[in-house]
Design a protein. Structure first.
Length: 230
């Protein structure tokens, strides 16, 4: 048993390190368009944009935790029934689900922004109220994005399934998720909100454009996923 402790300890550090590297290289590039579009569609300031990015990442970490828990609990079955073909299929279907959620969120934001732009003499939003508000849309967007199987996370969990307990699998997934969150996305998200807030006269236009971008990203993603199935 003592021989397993260093192995587990190293895997903890590896999980965090792999998450950091993946966050710097791939995660920021793949997630930032959705986050930036969401920030634009909500007319967020720098502080609010950072909060939205944190909530989005919290959703992804929640998804990674669920994946880690499922693979840990059903580790015995995983070794016999999970193969590359099955993982590829799950990734495609989870990507389709994420695309549908993205389109729904985009349509919801577009509706709210169009409704807001048609409302006359509307009082300005309270920044403190916005800051203290948990943005469920950003969380759901991050959660659904995180459920799209992440190859580095799956490889990490499958490689550790022989010696790790379900608790260890959850810890690996959480550390990996935290690692991906330690990326330029947090700063870039805040800067995006800061820059967009400098154009108050274009606020409604930017908000509507941001919602349309989210819808387009969802459509492109679902078309790409469906073409993979053909």
């Amino acid at each position: 048993m003592s021989l397993l402790i260093p192995e587990l300890s190293n895997t903890y550090l590896n999980s965090l390190a792999i998450g950091i590297v993946y966050g710097l290289v791939a995660c920021t590039a793949s997630c930032l368009p959705y986050v930036a579009g969401y920030i634009a569609s909500t007319g967020a300031t720098f502080r609010r944009s950072v909060l939205i990015t944190l909530i989005f990442n919290a959703g992804r970490i929640t998804a990674y935790t669920l994946i880690g828990a499922l693979l840990g609990i059903f580790s015995g079955l995983t070794r016999f029934f999970v193969d590359d073909t099955m993982l590829a299929s799950l990734q495609i279907y989870s990507a389709i689900a994420f695309s549908i959620v993205t389109i729904i969120i985009g349509i919801s934001l577009l509706y709210k922004n169009r409704k807001t732009s048609c409302t006359c003499n509307q009082p300005p939003l309270n920044p403190k109220w916005l800051t203290n508000r948990f943005d469920i849309g950003a969380y759901i967007l991050g959660l659904s994005r995180g459920l799209v199987l992440c190859p580095p996370l799956i490889m990490l969990l499958l490689s550790s399934v022989l010696f790790a307990s379900p608790v260890d699998s959850i810890a690996f997934a959480v550390l990996f998720g935290i690692g991906t969150a330690i990326s330029p996305m947090l700063l870039i998200g805040g800067v995006t909100g800061l820059l967009l807030s400098k154009a108050p006269l274009l606020r409604n236009f930017i908000a509507i454009a941001g919602a349309i971008i989210i819808i387009m990203l969802g459509v492109i993603s679902i078309v790409s996923s469906l073409m993979t199935l053909v």
